[in-house]
Design a protein around this ligand. Sequence first.
Ligand code: 6R9
Length: 685
Amino acid sequence: SSISNSIANSSYSVNTRTRTRKMVKAVSLGDPLLAEDQDEAVVVPSDHLSQQALVPSLRDYLEMYKASIQDPGRFWSEIASQFHWERKWDPDHVFSHNLDVTKSQVHIQWFKGGITNISYNCLDRIVESGGGDKIALFWEANDPGSDASLTYKQLLSRVCQLSNYLKDIGVKKGDAVVVYLPMLMELPITMLACARIGAVHSVVFAGFSAESLAQRIIDCKPKLVITCNAVKRGSKIIHLKDIVDAALLLSAQTNVSVDRCLVFENEAAMKREPTKWQEGRDIWWQDVIPEYPTHCEVEWVDAEDPLFLLYTSGSTGKPKGVLHTTGGYMVYTAITFKYAFDYKPTDIYWCTADCGWITGHSYVTYGPLLNGASVVVFEGSPNYPDSGRCWDIVDKYKVTIFYTAPTLYVTRYSRKSLRILGSVGEPINPSAWRWFYNVVGDSRCPISDTWWQTETGGFMITPLPGAWPQKPGSATFPFFGVQPVIVDEKGVEIEGECSGYLCVKSSWPGAFRTLYGDHERYETTYFKPFPGYYFTGDGCRRDKDGYYWLTGRVDDVINVSGHRIGTAEVESALVSHPQCAEAAVVGVEHEVKGQAIYAFVTLVEGVPYTEDLRKSLILTVRKQIGAFAAPDKIHWAPGLPKTRSGKIMRRILRKIASRQLNELGDTSTLAEPNIVDQLIALADC
Ligand code: 6R9
């Protein structure tokens, strides 16, 4: 294909060019570089690193990459064969897809007809091949000094007990189970127990409010909700069961009733006594689960049977239920984990993400366990009791692969055990990259800046450690089987050095298959903007060497510390406040969080804007969505800049929010142009 050729040609030249360049640049690695210098700054892997890497050179990568594009069926069949399948897929139809909405319905299928189980592949397969006594999970509690661990054999037993319980209460293949748990070992256990019996888990991040949880419960109508009584986050105790109670009450008002709520007693946070209880519905985990047998037959499922639902923010108010299926997701998460982190069986791996997000699904639970890895699961926050906590954990477990978000580099100093660093969630700027590399990684550990999304299931553009020179701030090249394309406004593919909208041509095994209950929205959001392609919602630049540089969302999604928040969600929370008439939310650059939420609000006539009202508006958002979505700034607006047809001109609001007042552009199409001056005058009120 032309894309792989263009990468091939440009990258070969990088390799030779950068080797000579190293001598000039290597000494200045820690220096701040000017933006125009970015494309030139490279970090060349040491020979030692390359020699031991799974993919030792760019040449090896290109060979594999070309094979994956030229004959995807063959390439992926070979990889899929490493797993256990009760029955193999049809070798003549390894995959089938249509990404072109103008032709017919969009559909993606991989390994259809193949029968497997991901929980079996994560656990039984490892135990049967002699890995039973290896630690699967190291669990580190919120409070230092408290920890636990499970071997693969023990994890399998725990999973089986829960699976048996779920079966016993009538949970069947295809039923949804909502999981509202913090980072206890019971969270991955629950995911694996659902998968074992073919139930579809939907994990809701335990920082979401009762309203947000209810919204998700109403959408997927689970057979039961699994939660815990309370959790300690830093020095605060959060009563999760109360939040679930409120959510179930709200769901019942919409005629979605949930018969059962399984509650894990998280003693470290709170004893069971004070927990509010609904007899008949609520049941303590510890009272029932340990009674069940530690063996549970696997429910074999089709590769295309659903594995999980994960809700994510879009540009309208209603969260989207991203649906992943079993076979393709399994193969894709496993293999991306292996290559992007150059995984070796001796590694100790820690991913700081919560299982409430996709990173926790693919790279805390499934990807690493499918590789038989030892995974650190951390309940707490990285700066509790102090900012050295992260590094204490790295030392304690001798972590070799550390995967985190750019905002998490709280205090930064090197740890000897580290071998590979990973970054995810938002664009990492070159100076943060250099800190991570020079200080945390002691100029020794390659950084895998992994670009991907809830929708993609696994890594899409990522460095492979040791295979090629890195450029600080660039996610570098596509993973095997992934064909990124950059298109212009009209959807025309641009070749070579360019910037535009990032799309993906063709499908890959980890791709999501639909939005739960709304295939039309799936097509409209992702496949209609640029027919023939999957549209990512991200902007992207490709430099002259073929490296990809992600530039952030181009739609109405704000990325706060790696958490996706739809502007429309925050807006609808704000306008639900009785004194708020209208709201427009934009993202502004933020030094630590990447982006911050900036809200313009107009008030109901006659209502004065006060400090109390500002606080109460923020509280409304915290209550409706969660603390992480609270606006950093409320900008009181007497009116919003609108076109004559009534469309809010967000472009102008973004400029006002970031105080780029001489870049407001054309304001002549506004219905009331003088609004802009009023907003500027009120900016610092
Ligand atoms: C995995 C995850 C997806 C959005 C994505 C993009 C941003 C993620 C990134 C990155 C630049 C990276 N993003 N990784 N931007 N470089 N390495 O975060 O999934 O929560 O769905 O967010 O995050 O904007 O479109 P998700």
